[in-house]
Design a protein around this ligand. Structure first.
Ligand code: SF4
Length: 711
């Protein structure tokens, strides 16, 4: 038996794992005691990773390329040459006839940094369209936009060690106990070591995280900005501001001060549905604690005001000087294992390598020079929701989807399914073949999965870890970056760019890709020119920035109070509270909140293969307050139809005091079977998105609930 060190491929905690194997089959997994993200701990998902690649899951694996040339016909097994030549031929024909913006790529936070880099280069460098977006758009794009707006660049300033050092932990919009379990174990340990540490939890739902709180603020869905502005109002009124910090290190406070004067605790108490005294107490603990750390995730991000929710929370840190010190600062938790790596390489439709902006001509020229292409197009690509809408309208004719399942995970699923059915060409590149999206594939390309891939990932605290292959690729599967390089050469030959494609995609290893990515970061805020695969091998995972000559990466940013903005100062963002896109009405009287279960991951492509992970929650249930059940003559276990403005789902109800009257909750993991006319949970959620980050409001819809059958 052998052991190989790698990382867990589920959430952004980025736990280190030791993979046990015999060289051909992975037989077990345990936590890596030396990895600084988890020190040997694993949650239920991580501890069962080996079961997602067990021999009995082989029938679910994509093991060889498949192709159909006619819609509706079954796909046939083909060789790699036939599959990639067919796709290259179709892409080239569409590009020649309709231009490069008629094709698109949709990737994933499951990609390794090397995969992201190559696909970004293929799309924006070789093809000449910015139509590359990823499911990180659904996950972290509001945090990206919030950091840039308030602090100048997309860089989480904190580290997990800040949990150990904080005196007040303020968790907003995150059920950390379920979604980031190993971070929550660390929080529990920190509280045990320091019983005086305060835990404040802001969430519409009484989650397991909220149960642990010293102060729980069950605000009405979407009212976070009113709460944060009112907390700032209290800080102002009580003299709890850090005037010296505001004066020396920030700008824009006067405009914010004028705005938050209106947000009295009494007013916010009405908007948020909270006791006024609890708002005041939260402000007091936040501002006056020796060190306050905030952690936040999809509850803030998946919102039509997600960017401003992030900035309104960062305002509190800047106003009270709770940033740039041990245990203090705003700390976004990343959802996916390598959403951060995607941000680093600029693999979103509005970004470029190393935190460069597509809208910046200088940045475009720098990236074009690095890639050796005449230019990177200036026109932004389509973000996730708009990308699929454009497919539905026929503007985008061919889409290549990799390592993600948009037919389950995007909102307003009826629109997404219709788009996939209408597209001229759907290419799906995945490790598994049983996803809702793969059902639409004209071409299925088998990609290697966890335990078979080499490369790097970056977790929530900017820590780069190596992911290592323990066993060879299954069947004929290939690595994502290899497939992109092979395709690029075939496409280049058909677009009279053969020589360029050879030069751009001559990578022979993930390390060669990573070295080019590293070069792109030189002189940037995330400079990693002091790192190498060899250094990661010798010294283990490292945090960025890590420029050449540095002895170590940076644990904490902005300790000197200097921010990467033109003035060197952080920016207060004066922002008004706006309601959710959908508001309850006579026809749709209930707030529906969506969220995650402890033992499932995203659309359950992998966790759904592990029977024991269904012991916690075997099926999706609609959690409703007893008052709402009684009003509808419903009882525990009844089957109901939940209907929103977008669509409907049939679910079992369960009485729950985790939600208030007027609200209900459903876990988001379950998809449907479009071929059988059933869509999943996201058939209910709206496609309305934040105007800046373009992140859709997946957390909320207004719904009606009606009894379908008895018992
Ligand atoms: Fe994997 Fe996240 Fe669990 Fe760690 S906390 S084992 S990274 S799922």
């Amino acid at each position: 038996m052998s052991e190989t060190k790698s990382t867990c491929c589920y959430c952004g905690v980025g736990c280190g794992v030791i993979v046990e194997h015999d060289g051909a089959q992975i037989t077990g997994v345990r936590g890596d005691p030396e990895h600084p993200a988890n020190f040997g701990r694993l949650c239920t998902k991580g501890a069962t990773l080996h079961l997602t690649v067990a021999p009995d899951t082989r029938s679910q694996r994509a093991l060889h390329p498949e192709l159909r040339t006619e819609r509706g016909a079954p796909r046939q097994r083909v060789g790699w040459d036939a599959a990639l030549d067919h796709v290259a031929e179709r892409f080239a024909a569409i590009i020649r006839e309709h231009g490069p913006d008629a094709v698109a790529f949709y990737g994933s936070g499951q990609w390794l940094t090397e995969d992201y880099y190559v696909f970004n280069k293929l799309t924006k460098g070789l093809i000449g369209t910015n139509n590359l977006d990823t499911n990180s758009r659904l996950c972290m794009s509001s945090a990206v936009a919030g950091y840039k707006l308030s602090l100048g660049v997309d860089a989480p300033p904190c580290s997990y060690t800040d949990i150990d050092a904080t005196a007040c932990l303020f968790i907003a919009g995150s059920n950390t106990a379920f979604a980031h379990p190993i971070v929550f174990r660390r929080i529990e340990a920190a509280r045990a070591a320091n019983p005086a540490m305060k835990l404040v939890v802001v969430d519409p739902r009484r989650t397991d995280t909220a149960e642990a709180a010293d102060l729980f603020l069950p605000l009405l869905p979407g009212t976070d900005i009113a709460l944060f502005n009112a907390m700032l109002h209290v800080m102002l009124w009580e003299g709890w501001l850090n005037r010296d910090y505001i004066e020396a290190h920030t700008e824009g406070f006067d405009a914010l001060k004028r705005l938050v004067r209106e947000y009295t605790p009494a007013m916010a108490a009405t908007i948020c549905g909270l006791p006024k005294r609890d708002i005041e107490l939260a402000a007091e603990w936040f501002a006056t604690s020796p060190a306050t750390l905030s952690m936040y995730c999809q509850g803030l991000n998946q919102s039509t005001s997600g960017t401003h929710k992030n900035s309104a929370l960062i305002n509190l840190h800047l106003a009270s000087g709770q940033i740039g010190r041990a245990g203090a600062g705003p700390f976004s938790l990343t959802g996916q294992p390598n959403a951060m790596g995607g941000r680093e390489v600029g693999a979103l439709s509005n970004l470029l390598s190393a935190h460069r902006d597509l809208g910046n001509a200088e940045h475009r020229a720098e990236v074009a020079a690095l890639w050796g292409v005449p230019e990177v197009p200036a026109v932004p690509g389509k973000p996730a929701v708009e990308l699929f809408e454009a497919i539905g309208r026929g503007e985008i004719k061919a889409v290549w989807i990799a390592a993600t399942n948009p037919a389950q995970s995007l909102p307003d699923q009826a629109v997404v399914h219709a788009a996939l059915a209408a597209a001229e060409l759907v290419v799906v590149q995945d490790t598994y073949r049983h996803t809702e999206t793969a059902a639409y594939a004209d071409v299925l390309l088998p990609a290697t999965g966890w335990g078979e891939k080499d490369g790097t990932v970056t977790n929530s605290e900017r820590r780069i870890s190596r992911t290592r292959a323990a066993v060879p690729p299954q069947g004929e599967s290939r690595h994502d970056w290899q497939i992109a390089c092979d395709f690029a050469r075939r496409l280049g030959a058909r677009l009279d760019k053969a020589e360029l494609a050879e030069r751009m995609f001559g990578f022979d290893s993930p390390e060669a890709v990573w070295n080019e990515h590293r070069e792109s970061t030189r002189g940037r805020d995330l400079d990693i020119t002091g790192l190498s695969y060899a250094k990661l091998e010798a010294d283990g995972p490292q945090q960025w920035p890590f420029p050449a000559g540095a002895a170590s990466g940076r644990v904490r940013l902005y300790e000197d109070g200097v921010f990467p903005t033109p003035s060197g100062k952080a920016r207060f963002v004066a922002t008004e509270y706006v309601a959710t896109a959908e508001r309850p009405s006579a026809r749709y009287p209930l707030h529906l909140i969506t969220g995650r279960l402890r033992d499932q991951w995203h659309s359950m492509t992998r966790t759904g293969l592990v029977p024991r992970l269904f012991n916690h929650e075997p099926e999706p249930q609609l959690h409703m307050h007893a008052e709402d059940l009684a009003r509808r003559d419903l009882a525990d276990g009844d089957i109901v139809r939940v209907r929103s403005r977008q669509g409907a789902a049939v679910l079992k109800v369960i009485a729950s005091d985790t939600v208030r009257p007027g609200q209900c909750f459903v876990p988001m993991h379950w998809g449907g079977n479009a071929m059988a006319g059933r869509l999943g949970i996201n058939a209910l959620t709206p496609s309305a998105a934040d105007p800046t980050s373009k992140q859709p409001e997946l957390k909320h819809a207004a719904v009606q609930v009606e009894k379908l059958t008895d018992g």
